[in-house]
Design a binder for this molecule. Structure first.
Ligand code: FES
Ligand code: FES
Length: 172
């Protein structure tokens, strides 16, 4: 398979899940493992460009396919706009759900650059934020939609809650 653009060849047990292959074999611990029931979505990666829960895919099933993890979002030291959005809008609390949320958000924006709030909520509906920060997660994805080049322009105009979040970050 290729993982984040690099060819990877390994002998694996047939039962090994992709999430464990990424984390334990390749050391790509940005992909999280949060449940045993395929419910939480912290493990979302892309398989041939499609977001999938990597705990529902055997590593062997990715043979010959292209896998992208959250580590692939930043390029040459520049954050993807979806990553910037989570920073700007305080889209994380403990951060455990964040990699999966960002991978789903990025995939959504690649298909629908200007999704409605309902569309964003539907896109992330298969994922759980145990800190329950859904409002700021949605706002983070909206920020990325508004800043496709990730230009860092001030996005707080007209978004008082986002401005509040920035102040909180500054204070802390
Ligand atoms: S680890 Fe919970 S859905 Fe994959
Ligand atoms: S930020 Fe803690 S689980 Fe989502």
């Amino acid at each position: 398979m290729t993982v984040n653009g690099d060819e990877v060849t390994e002998e694996v047990e047939p039962r090994l899940l992709l999430v464990h292959f990424l984390r334990d074999t390749l050391g790509l611990t940005g992909t999280h493992w949060g449940c045993d029931t395929s419910n939480c979505g912290t493990c979302v990666v892309w398989l041939d460009g499609e977001p999938v829960k990597s705990c529902t895919v055997l590593a062997a099933m990715a043979d010959g396919h292209d896998v992208r993890t959250v580590e692939s979002l930043e390029q040459d030291g520049v954050l993807d706009p979806i990553q910037q959005g989570f920073m700007e809008c305080h889209g994380l609390q403990c951060g455990f759900c964040t990699p999966g949320m960002m991978m789903t958000g990025r995939a959504l924006l690649d298909r629908d650059p200007h999704p409605s709030e309902d569309t964003i909520r539907e896109a992330i509906s298969g994922q759980i934020c145990r800190c329950t920060g859904y409002t700021t997660i949605v706002r983070s994805i909206e920020w990325a939609a508004d800043h496709p080049a990730g230009d860092g322009a001030d996005n707080t105009e007209g978004r008082p809650d986002a401005a509040d979040a920035k102040q909180v970050e500054e204070v802390s």
